[in-house]
Design a protein around this ligand. Structure first.
Ligand code: CAA
Length: 282
């Protein structure tokens, strides 16, 4: 089966980045979101990102125009009836995702792979909502999607080796490196990243160092591109908290308990960059 048409569901930060990289790589992309406004915003974000690549000489203006022409948007998943591959990137709610996967299962050809960009929901649970669990897998992109070269591919309990191979080849066409992870809470990326961020928040809470000191240690001492508190603000503190809770619930070990300061900041609505206030002001 050749993959030419790709459906992306959810036009938030991750969904629009995913739609962009597929369009850049030559696929016809249908980006779906129930909110028209989100689709307009996504198109604007993609245009800006592509403009940056043209400015930097990473792509030509005609290449940018062709990528934009390959992208269409719609408010109904019904337009995905004839796509060859689907990536779901809606918000992290297991009930709604399962309903969506059941709907996609009815709507798309039986040979189509249904991938989820989830960072914390079990792929096995999503696969079980369909009649094709062998063709359901995790395709976890990193933010910002157009710049980050990793895709974490998650193999659910029933995901077939063939589906994993197809997804790996697809990542190569996108210019990304795929790494396989098993379906355990947080997979690899968040299993390792979130406890580090959480520990940085404990260090801040206990007064081991200021936010700037903690971030500088990790940037200059460990060559991380962003310090952990800056990165937490970038990811969203609500997202970080939700992932810590998934790790603790799923793995049952108190070492994954979310830092009380993180919980308090989320309760206060200090969610990082998107709310204008996190560990830093924006
Ligand atoms: N498209 C195109 N260009 C972009 C862009 C985008 N989406 N986003 C940023 N850029 C450009 C910037 O405009 C900037 O261009 P100029 O040099 O012309 O100003 C350039 O890229 C570099 O950006 P910055 O100068 O702002 O900063 P930087 O050099 O630190 O690079 C970064 C930015 C790539 C984001 C880097 O800081 C980085 O790698 N940070 C860590 C990101 C990370 O860890 N992501 C994973 C998060 S975890 C996750 O996603 C999974 C999860 O489940 C939570």
């Amino acid at each position: 089966m050749t993959i030419a048409r790709v459906g992306v569901i959810g036009a938030g930060t991750m969904g629009n980045g995913i739609a962009q990289v597929f369009a850049q790589a030559g696929f016809a992309v249908r980006l779906v979101d129930a909110a028209e406004q989100a689709l307009d915003r996504a198109r604007g974000t993609i245009e800006k990102s592509l403009a940056k690549f043209v400015e930097k000489g990473r792509m030509t203006a005609p290449e940018r125009d062709a990528a934009l022409e390959r992208l269409s948007t719609d408010t109904s998943v019904d337009v995905l009836a004839d796509v060859d591959y689907v990536v779901e990137a809606i918000f992290e709610d297991v009930r709604i995702k399962r309903e969506l996967f059941a709907r996609l299962d009815q709507l798309t050809r039986p040979d189509v792979i249904l991938a989820s960009n989830t960072s914390s929901i079990s792929i096995t649970v999503l696969g079980a909502a369909t009649s094709r669990p062998g063709r359901v897998l995790g395709m976890h992109f990193m933010n910002p999607v157009p710049l980050m070269s990793l895709v974490e591919l998650v193999r659910g309990q029933s995901t077939s080796a063939e589906a994993m191979l197809t997804a790996t080849k697809l990542c190569m066409r996108l210019g990304k490196t795929a790494v396989e992870a098993a379906d355990y809470p947080g997979f690899i990326a968040n299993r390792v990243l979130m406890p580090m961020i959480n520990e940085a928040i404990f260090a801040l809470m206990e007064g081991v160092g200021t936010a700037e000191a903690i971030d500088t240690v990790m940037k200059l001492g460990m060559s991380h591109p962003m310090g952990p508190l800056t990165l937490a603000d970038f990811i969203g503190l609500d997202v970080c908290l939700a992932i810590m809770d998934v790790l603790q619930t799923g793995l049952g070990d108190p070492k994954y308990r979310a830092c009380p300061l993180l919980r308090r900041m989320v309760a206060a609505g200090h969610l990082g960059r998107k709310s204008g206030q996190g560990f830093y002001k924006y």
